[in-house]
Write a protein that binds this ligand. Structure first.
Ligand SMILES: *Cc1c(COP(=O)(O)O)cnc(C)c1O
Length: 339
């Protein structure tokens, strides 16, 4: 089986498993879990922020960040396609008790004009709810791993500062985007108050994410992480996987991106393929008179796992378990199915 459903499907390699089993764990509640402390110190240094906090998942990190920046009843402005709304609206409403003021941007890029539209779409006074947070995403999952341009992120952050609004960046796959942009993640995340980066995607760890931000925000995040049931004890065994991923697997991401570009190229002209900027390929099977579910089912029968993203859109994601030969094989299989 060649598995292109997601970059979350990877299993830890032997060396990562060894790093996990040899982790110097303690009890993170008492702050003496050395491996977790090491991961958090490494992340703060590596990404150039004041503080970092280990989280069991990306969703938990997003939810804790939202809680840190808002008061129940506040408005969050985000694009309706971003993960905090598209997948997490129930969590955001239930846990954060905030209003998701979603804007539909024309192309997935929530720029300043889109944000202003969200701010102006209801009555604002000191008696009505307050816009306290903007949530951005990079790379943008719904839009096939599209990159949120650095220049736009800068403009949004400048605007947010003048309006006294915080910015949270859902950067689950930020490192794929930065590899493609040729920009350092440190440079990029200067344009947000907090950033989440996932360990269980391209970095190949079985779980985990990191929340990056100011010492003040991370201090609050420790409390809300506990409230949400995400306070861990021997977290060092998990943290060691994330640290291994950061130290060893960032170099792989450019290759994953190149593999997705190669797959998109092979399919172009045979099926409608969305532009591929990072490690995802999305193609449309509507013109073939089939649905994504039927297409994915057929692919499975020949040994290729794909994900039915929407009724007609099929998604393939590259990751460190996929070689160039796998991509060429997968492209051949897809072309055979198309004919
Ligand atoms: C995967 C993902 C998340 C959530 O991460 P989990 O670890 O699966 O909870 C959040 N945002 C984006 C953009 C993602 O792709």
């Amino acid at each position: 089986m060649i598995d292109l459903r997601s970059d979350t499907v990877t299993l830890p390699c032997k060396e990562m498993l060894r790093a996990m089993s040899e982790a110097k764990a303690g009890d993170d509640f008492y702050k003496n879990d050395a491996a977790t402390n090491e991961l958090e110190a490494h992340c703060a240094d590596f990404f150039g922020v004041e503080a970092a906090l280990f989280m069991a998942s990306g969703t938990l990190a997003n939810q804790v960040a939202i809680r840190c920046h808002t008061t129940p009843g506040d408005d969050i402005i985000t694009d309706e396609t971003y993960h905090v709304h598209y997948y997490e609206s129930a969590s955001t409403v239930d846990l954060g008790k905030v209003v998701l003021n979603t804007v539909r941007s024309p192309d997935g890029i929530l720029d300043v004009s889109c944000i202003e539209r969200g701010m102006l779409n209801k009555h604002r006074s000191n008696l009505s709810n307050h816009v306290s947070l903007i949530c951005l995403e990079n790379s943008i999952n719904y839009h096939g791993g599209k990159i949120f341009p650095l220049e736009e992120a800068k403009l949004v952050y400048q605007f947010a500062k003048t309006e006294k609004i915080k910015v949270h960046l859902d950067g689950a796959r930020l490192l794929n985007a930065c590899a493609a942009l040729g920009v350092s993640p440190n440079e990029y995340i200067k344009n947000a108050d907090t950033t989440m980066i996932s360990f269980s995607k391209g970095l190949g760890a079985p779980f985990g994410a990191i929340l990056l931000g100011s010492a003040e925000d991370i201090h609050k995040a420790v409390k809300f992480r506990k409230w949400y049931g995400g306070g861990l004890h021997q977290s060092g065994f998990m943290a060691a996987a994330g640290l291994f991923g950061l130290k060893n697997n960032i170099g792989q991401l450019a290759l994953d991106n190149a593999h997705a570009t190669l797959l998109a190229k092979q399919l172009q002209g045979h099926v409608v393929v969305k532009p591929t900027e990072t490690n995802m390929v999305m193609f449309d099977v509507e013109k073939l008179g089939t649905t994504s579910h039927k297409f994915v089912h057929l692919a499975q029968s020949v040994g290729l796992l794909l994900y039915p993203w929407s009724k007609y859109c099929v998604r393939a994601v590259t990751h460190n378990g996929i070689s160039r030969d796998d991509i060429i094989w997968a492209a051949d299989k897809i072309l055979e199915m198309l004919s």
